[in-house]
Each structure stands twice: as C-alpha cells, then as structure tokens.
Design a protein around this ligand. Sequence first.
Ligand code: HEM
Ligand code: HEM
Length: 175
Amino acid sequence: MTLRSTPKQYGMIAVLLHWTIAGFILAALISGFAVDAIGKSAQEILIVHIFAGIMAALLTLLRIIWWLVIDTRPLALSGHSKWLVNIIHFLFYVIPLGMALSGLAMMFFSGAADQLFSSPSGPLPDFDLFRPKNPHILGSRVLLGLLALHVCAALYHRFAQKTPMRILYRPKANN
Ligand code: HEM
Ligand code: HEM
C-alpha cells in the first residue's frame, strides 16, 4: 500500500487518519454520555472527553488539508448513491469541528475550566444552563445516526456486494 491513494485503494495516510479519527470520535461519544450521566463529579472523564474531542477535530482539519492539498480520493464504488455518500462524508468533516467549537464555548461560558484545572478540582457546573449545549447535543445525535448509516453501508458493500473494504489496510494489495 502506498502513502497516497490510488484510484482503486485508499493510501496508508488516509487509512491511518480514518481509523484514528473514528477512535477519537467514539471515545468522545462514550465519555460525553458518561459525563452527562455522572454529573458534577465527572471531572476526570470530562478531561478525557475534551482531549478526545479536540484530537478528533484537529485530525479532521488535517484530513481536510490532506484531501484538498496532497491526495486524491479513490473513485466512488457505485454511481447511484454517490451524492448521499458525499453528503455523509461532508457531514463527517463538519460535525466534529462544530462539536469542538460548541464544547469549547460551553467551557468558556460556564467557567468550567477553573473548576476542572484547580487543585483540588471543584464540582462541575450544570452545562444544561448554557446555550452551546443544545447544538452539542444535536451534533452528537446526528453523528450517531450518520455512523449507523455509514457502518451499514460499509457492511452492505463488503458482504452483499462483495466489494473489498477499501479503507482497510491490505499490505498484499498491488495498488
Ligand atoms: C466515527 C467513526 C467514523 C467516521 C467519522 C468515518 C468517516 C469516514 C469518511 C469521512 C470516509 C471517506 C474517506 C475519508 O475522507 O477519509 C470514510 C470512508 C470509509 N469508512 Fe468510515 N468512518 C467512521 C467509522 C467507520 C467504521 C466503523 C467502518 C467500518 C465498519 C467504516 C468504513 C469505511 C469504509 C469501508 C470507507 C471507504 C468507502 C469507500 O470505499 O469509498 N468507517 N469514513
Ligand atoms: C467530536 C467531538 C465531540 C463529541 C462527539 C462530543 C460528544 C458529546 C456527547 C455525546 C455529550 C453528552 C450530550 C448529552 O447530554 O446527551 C457531550 C457533552 C459535553 N461535551 Fe462533548 N463532544 C465532543 C467534543 C467536545 C469538546 C472539544 C469539549 C470541550 C472543549 C466538549 C465538552 C463537553 C461538555 C462540557 C459536555 C457537557 C457534559 C454534561 O452535560 O455534564 N465536548 N459531548
């Protein structure tokens, strides 16, 4: 597998970015729900959540630069649902960035950073009182829906249409 993509296969950097970002987004989703469930004493989990969310957003920025400036996407697998795939992939770029911005806004307006990083750390504020929580919640639900669609589409292509998973690392592939 080459560093850059070919018309048939995603390159090593695109594959690495795909799975690292997927891991950070899953970690942000799980830790976000955990912070919400635990409430004011979830300081440590919130730190993990902020780290995962910021990493997901920074790597998404890197992925955008990678596709726009350095690499060219492989050709689409099938023509009929190309526009839908493009919309889903586009939202996968925009939403993590929006999540990081609304998350940072929540931290800023609630003054939570003071409680979080003081020693010993104080109880967290009630984030429901701050407006950026609404787009943050909405974004997380849309992200979950897109993820379900995306995984179903990947499995459909792999098992029903028998096309190879082009985002998987395949060292023996010729191109
Ligand atoms: C939050 C998690 C995920 C995100 C944000 C995500 C996002 C993306 C994006 C944006 C692309 C387009 C290529 C690119 O821009 O790099 C893509 C391609 C792909 N993803 Fe994911 N993905 C996630 C999880 C998964 C999972 C769990 C699977 C497998 C079950 C998967 C399978 C694929 C496949 C097979 C492709 C290539 C489609 C093709 O051949 O054109 N993704 N993904
Ligand atoms: C891809 C990035 C992110 C995802 C997927 C994500 C996801 C989530 C989820 C699912 C929740 C729980 C929502 C609910 O109440 O149902 C949440 C809450 C929250 N997130 Fe994020 N988040 C991300 C980034 C960030 C960042 C970068 C920050 C801060 C800089 C942040 C700060 C918060 C805060 C303060 C809460 C409220 C916790 C509470 O209600 O007690 N998030 N997030």
